[in-house]
Ligand binder design. Structure first.
Ligand SMILES: CC(C)(COP(=O)(O)OP(=O)(O)OC[C@H]1O[C@@H](n2cnc3c(N)ncnc32)[C@H](O)[C@@H]1OP(=O)(O)O)[C@@H](O)C(=O)NCCC(=O)NCCS
Length: 179
């Protein structure tokens, strides 16, 4: 049976479900820049509230158990007027049991469509990912993000070794005026 995945906005009432998702991703697949014990209620509450004020936060429920979330993405404004045209700190997490099934792509595509339609003021979206996270880098490139450099020895991996972080950005393309 083909399961239907639908994307919806995340609410503050999703806080504990998002915590479970992030802790599971941190413990099992890694990729997010936190260890499982650093996924605190304060951390998750902070990004939900910030994204409600000045950004966007989307999630996908488990179709066989709506009490659980299987994916989440968020990005928001740095909150400073000189950066009012950009969203930063983009983070995406798909439950390890649901990775490689197109769910990250569905979520990312919806995020970009919403930003293009509902946030015309946003000209740039930025994120940073570990160089070894080739799956994430491929996903971002597929949706138009470009690599903007290489921050050598910036982040420590599972066994403590240091590796490079890769800053990436999406820039809104100017539309040709239609006459
Ligand atoms: C990175 C992540 C969000 C991708 O989501 P996903 O649902 O697994 O990805 P998708 O199935 O939509 O695949 C997206 C693209 O990734 C690439 N990809 C998928 N599986 C891959 C694999 N095993 N190896 C390398 N690239 C892979 C492909 O380019 C794919 O696009 P395509 O199928 O059109 O070619 C997800 O794996 C995840 O949450 N990882 C852990 C947390 C994380 O790393 N977050 C990013 C922090 S910067």
């Amino acid at each position: 049976m083909q399961l239907e995945y639908s994307v919806r906005g995340a609410e503050l009432s999703d806080l504990h479900k998002i915590m479970v998702l992030y802790k599971t991703v941190a413990a099992r697949s890694g990729g997010i820049a936190r260890h499982a014990d650093e996924v605190t209620e304060a951390y998750v509450r902070n990004f939900i509230e910030r994204c409600h004020e000045t950004g966007i936060i989307l999630t996908i429920e488990d179709p066989s158990n709506p009490e659980a979330l299987i994916a989440e993405v968020h990005t928001c404004s740095p909150g400073i007027r000189v950066f009012s045209h950009l969203f930063s700190d983009l983070t995406i997490a798909v439950h390890p049991d649901y990775q490689d099934k197109g769910i990250g792509s569905l979520l990312f595509q919806t995020l970009l469509q919403e930003i293009e339609l509902k946030h015309p003021e946003i000209l740039r979206i930025e994120l940073i990912t570990k160089e070894s996270n080739q799956k994430a880098i491929k996903l971002y490139k597929k949706f138009g993000f470009r690599t903007e450099g290489r921050l050598e020895k910036r982040i420590s991996g599972k066994t403590g070794e240091l590796e490079a972080d890769i800053p990436m950005a999406w820039i809104r393309q100017e539309r040709e005026p239609s006459f």
